[in-house]
Design a protein around this ligand. Structure first.
Ligand code: SAH
Ligand code: F3S
Length: 436
């Protein structure tokens, strides 16, 4: 029997990258490759990269520095994803050992370099969805299946490199998304998470002129008996159309949790960010959501220290975080990125001020999270099992709000969905008991 070739893949960044990483692994496995965690034993090494903040890019290059010393001489080494697109051919100059640099929409070209290992392969083209068609369907779905429905973003927030790295927005055909969703349900998925950089901007018109939106995907997916939970990420505030808001009232499988980033609470900064700056409109969307689903919770991403952000502007960010009571949120220091307008703006904020603001915002967000977690004590929720914790003595569940809930492992078999009574909480997680 021929010796099986081994690949190592490391994924950085967002859920879309996690999905891309799974597709790459599935493609290699279908060609009889096996995965390894040992870089020195791998014949093919792939870093699946994120460029959203400078730190993310730096991480990739420092990993490459380590890997080029540890790898086998003959091993193929390459980067795929957003750093590949950001760096382009320059990556070969920085790391001469690189064999391939493939952008987020070109990783299906990987077999070319395997066939021609003595060449260098650069492809950072945008504008196609072929990768979705050219890669094999997955044969076993994880319990939570991430299904990309669109790629790229037309919004052009002035700080964001994503429109450059992932390109203009493209929505996948409705039938293709449903084919992947049904396949996931058949092969083990219980939860579907629709993915997109601007997921609620999904719009697909078929040959007969019929328009499909995200609400149509949710309605159709909810009909699948094997699927119990549906969610989607990331949403753009002004694309929360009424048909989508209504789904939260009519479709119980849609989880009562929505990621709808605001980024800043200052209309002045939001304008500079080229984001929707009408806070009343944003609050009105939250109000509508609560009126159809009173228990809904919202999460956000925040950027502190955007160019020209004053103490006053930042205070407005603290105010909105307090007012909306966001849970499960992310906050970042503004990081100037190539190919973005904000990197060229005046009044860049010092690292020191950014750090102080981040700390203050995190304190507020943690307080919100703690308060919400504590308010859950005594409640019963249907939760999805993610597996064992590190000790092996507990099971880790996800609540409908994506909180982590730790439960003592029972001595009997359980199904992945369980009704759990929340018995205790802190800011990081919940404790609970399975209700038999
Ligand atoms: N809608 C997209 C957002 C991608 S970037 C999606 O989720 O697919 C994820 C988050 O990173 C953004 O919401 C923003 O808060 C943060 N971010 C993006 N560019 C940034 C930058 N230049 N500096 C700091 N944070 C940034
Ligand atoms: Fe980036 Fe703004 Fe789009 S954050 S991904 S340009 S909505």
């Amino acid at each position: 029997m021929a010796i099986q070739q081994k690949f190592f893949i490391q994924t950085f960044g967002c859920q879309m990258n996690v999905y891309d990483g799974q597709r790459i692994a599935a493609m290699l496995e279908s060609k009889n490759w096996v995965s390894t965690d040992d870089i020195s034993d791998a014949d093919l090494i792939i870093l699946n990269t994120c460029a959203v903040r400078a730190k993310a890019t730096d991480k990739v290059y420092s990993a490459l520095g380590r890997i080029r010393r540890a790898k086998k001489e003959s091993a193929l080494l390459g980067i795929v994803g957003c750093v590949a697109r950001e760096s382009g051919g320059d990556a070969f100059r920085r790391i001469p050992e690189l064999n391939f640099v493939l952008g987020p929409q070109s990783y299906h070209k990987l077999p070319e370099i395997i066939k021609n290992p003595d060449t260098k392969l650069l492809n950072i083209d945008l504008g196609g969805l072929e990768k979705f068609d050219e890669l094999p369907q997955m044969t076993k779905s994880p319990t939570v299946a991430y299904i990309p429905i669109q790629e790229g973003c037309n919004h052009c927030c002035t700080y964001c490199i994503v429109p450059y790295t992932r390109g203009r927005e493209l929505s996948r055909p409705f039938d293709d998304v449903m084919r992947d969703t049904i396949n996931a349900a058949k092969t083990g998925a219980i939860e579907i998470c629709f993915l997109g950089q601007n997921v609620n901007g999904y719009k697909y018109t078929d040959a007969n002129g019929k328009l499909y939106r995200l609400s149509d995907l949710i309605r159709e997916t909810a009909k699948l008996p094997k699927i119990s939970r549906i969610r989607f990420t990331s949403s753009y505030p002004t694309e929360m159309t009424d048909d989508l808001i209504e789904m939260f009232g009519t479709e119980p499988k849609l989880l009562p949790f929505l990621n709808m980033p605001i980024q800043s609470g200052s209309p002045r900064i939001l304008k500079l960010m080229n984001r929707p700056d009408d806070l009343d409109n944003y609050k009105n969307i939250v109000k509508k959501l609560k009126s159809v689903r009173p228990d809904i919770q919202i999460s956000s991403d925040f950027i502190v220290g955007f160019p020209d952000e004053t103490d006053e502007d930042f205070a407005q960010t603290l105010d909105i975080a307090q007012e909306i009571k966001y849970i499960n949120s992310y906050s970042f220091k503004y990081s100037p990125r190539p190919h973005t307008a904000a990197a060229l703006m005046h009044n860049q904020i010092s690292e020191q001020i950014k750090s102080v603001r981040l700390q203050r915002l995190d304190f507020q967000l943690n307080e919100n999270q703690r308060e919400f977690n504590i308010s859950c004590i005594g409640k019963e929720m249907i939760c999805l099992c993610e597996g064992n914790d590190k000790t092996g003595r507990h099971l880790v569940f996800r609540t409908p709000y994506m909180q982590q809930c730790i439960v003592d492992k029972p001595d009997y078999e359980i199904s992945p969905l369980q009704k759990i009574k929340i018995t205790d909480a802190n800011k990081a997680s919940l404790r609970g008991e399975i209700i038999k």
